[in-house]
Design a protein around this ligand. Sequence first.
Ligand SMILES: Cc1cc2nc3c(=O)[nH]c(=O)nc-3n(C[C@H](O)[C@H](O)[C@H](O)COP(=O)(O)OP(=O)(O)OC[C@H]3O[C@@H](n4cnc5c(N)ncnc54)[C@H](O)[C@@H]3O)c2cc1C
Length: 290
Amino acid sequence: MNDIKYSAPSTMDEAVAAMVAAKGAGRILAGGTDLLVQMRAGFVKPGSIIVDIKKIAEMMTIEDKGGGAFKVGAAVSGMTLHDHATFKKAWPGVLEAVNLIGSKQIQGRASAGGNLCNASPAADSVPALVAAGAMVTIQGPNGRREVAVEKFNAGPGRTTLAQGEIVVSFSLPARPAGSSDAYLRLIPRTEMDIAVVGLGVSLTMSGGKCTAARVGLGAVAPTVLLVEDAAKALIGSSLDDAALEAAAAACRAACKPIDDKRGTIVYRTKIAGVLLKRATAIAADRAAKH
Ligand SMILES: Cc1cc2nc3c(=O)[nH]c(=O)nc-3n(C[C@H](O)[C@H](O)[C@H](O)COP(=O)(O)OP(=O)(O)OC[C@H]3O[C@@H](n4cnc5c(N)ncnc54)[C@H](O)[C@@H]3O)c2cc1C
């Protein structure tokens, strides 16, 4: 790793300038829980420049904008988000997804920005952020732009970031009372494993009916999916068995999984429907108390 340079700018403009100057050889360092593993495995080429973003205030800040709206810096660690005074009440599903990443030690470092930019289809925070309707703010040499989380990744290990672009923050929207969310994943072990399927649901209940819903589904396709047909099946219903089965069927239909040692295509597809029903029940229960 001797040929690898390190910089730790304190502003976004400096970080973008460092990435542009690196001409494609720059790597952003947030918590490092993916990047350092990749460096040790020799996947980061000699001559690369590591740009540490943790000295940039905006990257490390959580802003409660009221009504459930939050801006979360891309490098905020899972533990910092866990300890925030109001985030858990507004977005328990996003928090439980972020807090499923690794162990307590990993939680002290790992960020949702790193989880998204590592571009694993099985990344735990991503289905919950998709369900939440989170937007990603990106800064690059041509200024800032926003993109929905579900449109950010292009495939396993591939983002849509252009050269020099850096993820700055996530924006979660305001939503009415009677709203909540949930995230569930299936793993072969009880902890510290990669999701066979991960599913996030965010919904709003009013007068016993579901008035808004979003479903994010992970580890069953090259990128995390927004399952619009599942949301359509839930919206307007009282979350009765028929609506839940229709939403589960939509999740199964959206799956384009691979067979691997963690799960077969048939198993992953079946589990997607099971998790939809269970996560929806948890989100609805939370919404009733919110
Ligand atoms: C023991 C262990 C257990 C794990 N368990 C899980 C798990 O259960 N679930 C799970 O989903 N993941 C898991 N991971 C993977 C990893 O911890 C997560 O993906 C984590 O969220 C990465 O965040 P980070 O801040 O450490 O990212 P880093 O390692 O700093 O960065 C990850 C990648 O994203 C890029 N990047 C980071 N931030 C930005 C940014 N703001 N803009 C542009 N590019 C950026 C980096 O250049 C790098 O390519 C585990 C890892 C380990 C080592």
